[in-house]
Design a protein around this ligand. Structure first.
Ligand code: AMP
Length: 214
């Protein structure tokens, strides 16, 4: 199965993708994670995209398509895949369909996680990530025992540059303008499922599992 988690920044795509990975052995492909890894490693790609990402804009369709192409090429034909943060616009969705057709695969389910924008801002501004092990926290909903320090490895907790309030507003605009049209795109293909994202993560997981029949 190829599933897409579609939703605005902060809707819980990453959290739910991790459940699919850990519990159901899906391959988790997050273009955002791949780009952040490139930035941290200071690769030519990382240097090219870091300012664009810091502003909350989308990087070019060609860049993300190259990243996804490489991963899909090395994936076995029966491997379940969850795409998190890709596609982000209709052009990317067309490219994805063309790419998958080369492997006789297609998008089977698109889970649109819906959360109102006020909750998204609270979720995103409080989000913290361990610089060392990548564990996720939230200053209000899931604080670490010691402020700024990871419970799991003692690493420093940092805020993503694009989780600052002004950038968040721009990212939400980008979602509304460029990404949300994908709902109609996939609805017309009969693969869209709407998931109520304003619930506890475990409840969202249950809804996703029901929608995917797992
Ligand atoms: P995310 O971690 O999915 O919220 O992505 C963080 C940032 O990475 C986005 O704001 C974009 O700048 C960039 N990005 C991630 N995925 C894509 C994509 N599919 N297309 C264009 N830009 C992307």
């Amino acid at each position: 199965m190829i599933a897409i988690l579609l939703g605005p920044p902060g809707s819980g795509k990453g959290t739910q993708a991790k459940v699919l990975k850990e519990k159901y052995k899906f391959l988790h492909l997050s273009t955002g994670d791949m780009l952040r890894a490139a930035i941290n490693a200071k690769t030519p790609l990382g240097l090219k995209v870091q300012d664009i990402m810091a502003r909350g804009e989308l990087v070019s369709d060609e860049i993300v398509l190259d990243l996804i192409k490489e991963k899909i090429a090395e994936t076995s034909p029966n491997q379940n895949v969850v795409l998190d943060g890709y596609p982000r616009n209709v052009n990317q969705a067309h490219s994805l369909a063309t790419l998958l057709s080369k492997y006789e695969r297609k998008v089977d389910k698109v889970l649109s996680i819906e959360v109102d924008s006020e909750s998204l801002i609270t979720r995103l501004t409080g989000r913290r990530t361990c610089k060392v092990c990548g564990a996720g926290y939230h200053v209000q909903f899931h604080p670490s025992k010691k402020a700024g320090v990871c419970d799991q490895c003692g690493g420093e907790l940092v805020q993503r540059r694009d989780d600052m309030v002004d950038v968040i507003k721009d990212r939400l605009k980008v979602f509304e303008g460029q990404t949300s049209p994908l709902k109609n795109f996939y609805s017309s293909q009969g693969v869209l499922e709407v998931i109520q994202g304003d619930q506890q993560p475990q409840e969202v997981t249950q809804e996703i599992n029901r929608a995917m029949g797992i």
